[in-house]
Structures are given as C-alpha cells and as structure tokens.
Design a protein around this ligand. Structure first.
Ligand SMILES: [Zn+2]
Length: 500
C-alpha cells in the first residue's frame, strides 16, 4: 500500500540522516575545538557581555511585568489580539525598532526589526488567550465575572519575554558589541489559528539565519522533542429536509452522513499507524428530531509525528466523507481550517541553548510564593513534583509530546530552537485555570525573565560565533533533506473569524 511505503521510506531516510549527522558531529567537534582555541581569549568577554545583558533584562523587571500583566488583563483570543499586539509593537517602536504591522493578511501580526546585515536572528512572540478560561490570579478556582477568556497557555508572558530579549539584543547592537539584525515576530493565533504558517508561507523568514522561541511551562528545559504535524477541517453535509415521521422517504439526512463518516473513520483506526491521533466533534447535528436535518457539520483533527503521514491520513478521512455522502445521497464539502508541520529539532542549537539556560538558572520562590504554590498544588490530581523543582534545570531529553505547534512550520524553513521555563507552579497543566493564575503573578514573570535571558544569551553566541550558525545550518539541511516547504493548510486565507 502506498501508505505503508511512505512510512517505511521515511524511516529509512531518518536512518540515513542519523548516520550523516554522526559524521557531521565528528567533523564539527574538530571544527569546534579549532574555534574554541581561536576564541579562547573571547570566552571571558562573552561571559562579561552575557552578565551585562542579564543585568539589563533584570533591571527591566517592573516594566516587563506591567506589560505582561496588561496582556493578561486583555486576554484577547486568536486574531482578536488588537490591544496586545499594539502594546508589544509600541514597546518595540519606543526602543527604536522598525515595525511592519498587519503582515501576511493578519491585522494583529507584525515583524519588528533592528540593526542591519547578517546574521539575522529571529525571536518569535505569541500573545493570544484561550476561550473559557477566565480566572483570577488566586490559588482557588475563581473565574473573573463577565470575562470569558484567560491566558491558560501563558502567551502574555511569551509575547513580553520575547520582546524583552529583542530589546536587550538591540542595546548591544547599538553599543557595537555585536553586529547583525534582530527581528521580533509578532505571531497571532497560535491556539488553532496557525498565525506562523501564514508568515512562513508569505516568505517572511526568508532572510533569517536562526529562529529562537520559548514557551511557558512548569519546568525549565530546552525543547528536544518534536511535535505532531496536524491538519484540521470542517466537513459539511447537505441533505433534504422532510417530516421525519410523516414523510421520511422524502428526506435525506445530513446527520446520517456525519454518522456514517464517523463510523468509517472509527473503523479505520485499526488500520493506521498507532502514533496517529484523530479526533472530532459534531458542530451541527440538526435542530429537531422531527425534522430530517438538511445540514450537518463535523470538525476533524488529524495528527501524526510526520507531516507526510498526516497528509495521507487526512486524505483517507476525506475519502470516508465522500463515501458517506454517496451512501446517504447527500452532498459534501470540506474546509481546511488549519495545518502545521511537526517540529524539526536542531541538536546543535539545543546544546548551545541548554548551556545558556544552565548559566541563567531556574526560578527561586519567596516564602509567600511557596505558600501559594502548595495551595495551588492541593488542587491537582495525582502526585505533584516538589516546589523546589522550579529552580532546577532539566537536562536535554526526549519526552512524550502529543501536542502540535505552528512553530513547526518555522522549523522547516530556518534552524529553530526553543526553551520552556518554569512560569507555572510545578505540576501545573497548560490550558488550565491554574496556568492562568500563575501567568498573572510574579511566579510567571520570574520564569519569563529566565526565558528572555536564555534567548538573549543564545543570540549572543550566534552573533559572535559564526561557526555555530554554519553547523546549525548543516544539521538543518540534513534533517530537512530535499523537502521544499509547502503549507499543510494549502492556499487558504487566515481564518480571521475562527473564534467567532
Ligand atoms: Zn502555547
């Protein structure tokens, strides 16, 4: 079967890639030793520069806290982040960045640039909130009255921390301590809207050498695990209405088609790779049992660790929809809503970022924060990690990750690396009221500052050590192979109203 063929071929490519990577690592080790020997006089001055930058970011603590808490208050959902985007843009403009707003057909997206020439280092920023997660910054579940959304993924911190890193780099470009360009990418609608995919599709990363990103979390670790590629679509079926009891033979049920499709897809689960994920909700199943529904809709997510297999699975789901329409004498159309690549990990960059994260260190709690943390942990299910683990740095390791992110698309056009920092009390799950609470407190701000410093330190290494960029690009080339980027969501325009 063609499907099986793709799967096997992919694995043989990965094997070949791994062999090449081992050879490359041996070569670059030799190159690295050479560089270290040449730059040994510089390593002290690099450390001095990093200390300066750390102090500079720390001195902006109160200012960045204010911005992050403003974003937390706004809690604007995907593609509606008007105030959040403007606040971040203005902060960058006030610091001398040139801002290009409303890029790639998205009013709340922007690219802010400072400096000139190469290397060009990109820093990704997100700022969208999640619907249904309104919450005070307290240790008990307490939704804010008349408010629906909340920063359950900590993107208020994500956006602000990335801006802080960008401004810190701008300062050392200004002082002539590093040469090149820093670009802060304001990426809207990460949660289901895939803002970055449209920015990549538009070619906005074409001149970038390396992209840095981070994400709020309950521990400190450099991202070393890929994510799942994803493709989503809404399938709409059109039937014929009739009296369900008096004239059922005159009707053709659109809901029957949805059920037939779901049944076929559920049987298909036995015959798909086990790492796959397929989930759906019926978004319209008709209005009244005594009316044969002439319209029904089902919303599907299809995921797999590899984008090619995700595309293949998606086509099989489409076939089930076609067959359901045929068998129920209804008509079917589908609209692709979103789609993003798996994340291409760059081990060269991850090792460098890890050393910087270790240099920065984790998050230390005050006595009050320990008390808050313990109260919050009392609301978790199961065993909870120690509060002190927020201060620790986790070594590089591959964890189980069944999520998806539009950073994946960036990682297929430019070497990309990211860090997760402890902005949330250890044991906190993303997309929970507890995550919203932590994202609106100093606990969150402290983790955000760790991320800003780690990204700025990594940028310094990239500016001052061209061999690091060369090695990262070589690894990127091998991992990507001859694949030419193509957006999984095709040529659709940004779904600006997907949260309506
Ligand atoms: Zn997130």
């Amino acid at each position: 079967m063609p499907f099986r063929f793709i799967y096997t071929q992919k694995h043989s490519i990965i094997l070949k890639e791994t062999m090449k990577l081992i050879l490359l690592t041996i070569l670059s080790l030799a190159l690295g030793y050479n560089c270290m020997a040449q730059n040994s006089g510089n390593s002290k001055s690099i450390d001095v520069l990093k200390n300066e930058v750390a102090k500079n970011i720390q001195s902006g603590y109160e200012m960045y806290k204010k911005i992050a808490l403003n974003l937390w208050e706004y809690a604007e959902v995907g593609f509606k982040e008007t105030k959040s985007s403007v606040l971040l843009q203005n902060t960058l403009k006030d610091n001398g960045f040139k801002v290009n707003a409303g890029v790639a057909g998205m009013p709340t997206a922007f690219v802010a640039t400072y400096g000139s020439g190469s290397p060009v280092i990109a820093i990704l920023a997100e700022y969208d909130a999640l619907p249904g997660l309104s919450q005070e910054s307290s240790s008990a579940k307490s939704p804010i009255l008349n408010k629906n959304s909340g920063h359950g993924c900590g993107h208020n911190l994500f956006g602000t921390g990335s801006v802080a890193a960008g401004i810190a780099i701008k300062k050392i470009i200004d002082e002539g301590k590093v040469k090149g360009t820093v670009k802060v990418y304001g990426c809207p609608a990460e949660e289901g809207g895939d803002g970055k995919v449209y920015m990549v599709r538009e070619g906005l990363f074409n001149d970038v050498d390396v992209a840095l990103h981070w994400h709020p979390d309950e521990h400190n670790t450099v991202t070393y695990t890929s994510s799942l590629a994803i493709k989503t679509a809404k399938f709409r079926f059109y039937g014929i209405s009739a009296h369900a009891s008096a004239a059922p033979d005159k009707g053709r049920s659109a809901l029957d088609a949805v059920e037939a499709m779901d049944y076929m897809v559920n049987m298909m689960r036995e015959h798909i790779p086990q790492e796959s994920r397929i989930h759906y909700v019926i978004t319209n199943g008709g209005k009244a049992p005594n009316v044969v529904p002439d319209l029904a809709e089902v919303f599907y997510y299809v995921r797999h660790p590899y984008k090619d297999i995700t595309e293949g699975l998606f086509e099989r789901v489409v076939n089930a929809a076609k067959a359901a329409a045929l068998g129920t004498e209804t008509k079917m159309e589908y609209e692709i809503i979103s789609g993003s690549h798996d994340l291409l990990i760059n081990k060269t960059l991850a090792a460098d970022m890890q050393s910087n994260l270790e240099k920065v260190g984790g998050v230390a709690y005050s006595d009050d924060e320990i008390k808050f943390g313990k109260n919050l942990q009392a609301t978790f299910l199961g065993k909870v990690p120690s509060i002190d683990s927020a201060a620790l740095i986790t070594p590089l390791y591959v964890e189980k990750n069944q999520g998806s992110t539009d950073v994946g698309d960036v990682s297929y056009v430019v070497p990309t690396v990211g860090v997760e920092t402890a902005t949330w009390v250890p044991g906190t799950s993303a997309h929970s009221w507890q995550a919203v609470a932590c994202s609106g407190k100093d606990i969150g701000i402290k983790g955000m500052i760790v991320a800003a410093k780690t990204m700025a330190f990594t940028a310094i290494d990239l500016f001052l050590n061209p061999a690091l960029i060369i090695k990262a690009k070589e690894e990127f080339k091998i991992m990507k192979g001859d694949y030419k980027y193509k957006a999984l969501l095709g040529d659709r325009k940004p779904a600006l109203n997907y949260r309506d």
